[in-house]
Ligand binder design. Structure first.
Ligand code: SF4
Length: 205
C-alpha cells in the first residue's frame, strides 16, 4: 500500500472512522454485497463514484428500497421527499469531494441533504472513495473542489455556471451555483457510525 494512502487510512482511524481498503472493484462489490444484507432502506447521495462502480445497479439487483433523488422519472416533490428520507435511512451511501492525509473529510454541497446525511441521521454511513480523493491538507481539499469536483459536477448537471465554460471555479453569483455549503468532518461525529471504503484507482470527481 502506498505511503500516502496508508497515512490517510491511519489518520482516519485515529479520527474515529472505520476504514477498509480494496485492491479492485470486484473485491469492493463483494464486500458491499454482504454488507447491504443487513439493510433494506438505503439512501444514496448524488455520487459519480457510486455510479461508476456499479453500486447503484447492485442495490437495484438486490431489490433494496433505494432512497435516491437521482432515480429516473421522479417529480420535483418526489425528489424532495427522497432527500428528506435520506436523513433517516438505514444505510446512507455516498462519496467525498476530498479526504486529507490528516483524516479530514471535505464536502461541498448545493442543497445540503448529502452532507447532512453523511454525518448524522442514518443508522450507518458508508463513504466510498477512490485514491484520487486523497489530498495533502484542507487547503488542497478546497482547491480540489474549485478545480475539479465543482466544475465537473456543474457540467454533469448541465448548469449554466461560469466554471463549466472556464473549467475552474469563478466564485460565481449564479442562481445555479452549486457551491453553497462546505463541510469539514474532522473527527467522527459522536453518535454516528461512519466507515470509509477506499478503492485503488480513480473514481468520480
Ligand atoms: S462557485 Fe460557481 S463558478 Fe465556482 S465552482 Fe461553484 S458553481 Fe462553479
Amino acid at each position: 500500500m502506498k505511503s500516502r494512502l496508508k497515512k490517510t487510512i491511519e489518520a482516519l482511524r485515529k479520527n474515529g472512522f472505520g476504514v477498509k481498503f480494496f485492491e479492485d472493484r470486484k473485491k469492493l462489490i463483494s464486500k458491499i454485497k454482504s454488507y447491504i444484507k443487513d439493510y433494506q432502506n438505503i439512501g444514496v447521495g448524488g455520487s459519480v463514484t457510486l455510479t461508476e462502480l456499479g453500486i447503484i445497479s447492485l442495490l437495484e439487483k438486490e431489490k433494496k428500497n433505494i432512497i435516491y433523488h437521482g432515480l429516473p422519472g421522479l417529480t420535483p416533490g418526489e425528489k424532495e421527499n427522497m432527500r428528506i428520507k435520506q436523513l433517516t435511512c438505514d444505510l446512507f451511501l455516498t462519496s467525498a469531494n476530498a479526504i486529507t492525509e490528516k483524516g479530514q473529510i471535505v464536502n461541498r454541497d448545493s442543497i445540503g441533504n448529502r452532507i447532512c446525511a453523511s454525518v448524522f441521521g442514518p443508522k450507518k454511513i458508508l463513504i466510498v472513495a477512490g485514491e484520487n480523493k486523497i489530498v495533502k491538507d484542507l487547503k488542497a481539499g478546497l482547491e480540489r473542489i474549485k478545480k475539479v469536483s465543482a466544475p465537473l459536477n456543474a457540467k454533469r448537471l448541465n448548469l449554466n455556471t461560469p466554471c463549466v465554460k472556464k473549467g475552474i471555479c469563478q466564485d460565481c453569483d449564479s442562481e445555479e451555483r452549486i457551491c453553497r455549503i462546505t463541510m469539514i468532518t474532522e473527527k467522527k461525529p459522536k453518535y454516528s457510525d461512519i466507515e470509509v471504503f477506499f478503492i485503488k484507482g480513480n473514481f468520480g470527481f
